[in-house]
Write a protein that binds this ligand. Structure first.
Ligand SMILES: C[S@@+](CC[C@H](N)C(=O)[O-])C[C@H]1O[C@@H](n2cnc3c(N)ncnc32)[C@H](O)[C@@H]1O
Length: 195
């Protein structure tokens, strides 16, 4: 099933994810067969977008998260989109990733960093950079003002966007900001592995 067909099934929110996901892939140029980590599963929309591109996706969130954005119906959405077999789930906390150094070609956070305590964000960036391969990317999608207004129609308490570059380990990544249609896309391309 192609992304347009999945948009028809999953609706507007998935369409927004796919629009900015495509803009990111055009700039980042992820190779076929790349090993990717999707942090913050939620409804599974970004994991589904990646799986629809043919990537094998590992996605996860803390099993203890009881917020409205966690433990959602991601597997049912992936089944509807016919990509369930390309997505694996693991419970984990982004500040202590249970993976080896340089395990992934790309690490993605779609709509996640602003849901993590500001005090934990430096650890989250350090961990994401540790598990990304040299030359690989860590990519954060954070809401633009326009997107925040849309989200706050349903959730008036939704937090402000985070600035991932504030927490990136200096000297270890090249930073690039891409203006998506709905989200700002913060790309950190890794120069070295942090052991
Ligand atoms: C708005 S949802 C993300 C939406 C999702 N990426 C999608 O495409 O549908 C926010 C996610 O961040 C996750 N999250 C919050 N704190 C986290 C942490 N410390 N480590 C990993 N994930 C976390 C939540 O459990 C939830 O899955």
């Amino acid at each position: 099933m192609d992304v347009k067909a999945i948009e028809e099934i999953l609706g507007d929110r998935f369409r927004r994810v796919a629009t900015d996901g495509a803009a990111m892939l055009k700039e980042v140029g992820l190779p076929a067969g790349a090993k990717v980590l999707d942090v913050g599963t939620g409804q599974g929309y970004f994991a589904i977008f990646l799986a629809a591109q043919g990537y094998e996706v590992l996605t996860g969130e803390p099993e203890t998260d009881s917020s409205r954005y966690a433990r959602r119906d991601w597997a049912e959405n992936a089944r509807k989109a016919d990509v369930l077999e390309r997505i694996r789930f693991a419970g984990f906390d982004a500040s202590r990733l249970p993976f080896e150094c340089e395990a992934f070609d790309a690490v993605f956070f779609y709509g996640v960093l602003h849901h993590i305590d500001a005090q934990q964000r430096a650890d989250v960036l350090r961990e994401a950079q540790r598990v990304a391969k040299r030359g690989g990317v860590v990519v954060f999608f954070e809401p633009s003002q326009k997107m925040l207004e849309i989200v706050r129609m349903d959730d008036p308490e939704h937090p402000d966007a985070a600035d991932p570059f504030k927490y990136a380990v200096d000297g270890e990544v090249e930073k690039r900001l891409i203006a998506g249609t709905f989200m700002n896309i913060f790309v950190c391309r890794k120069r070295n592995c942090q052991a």
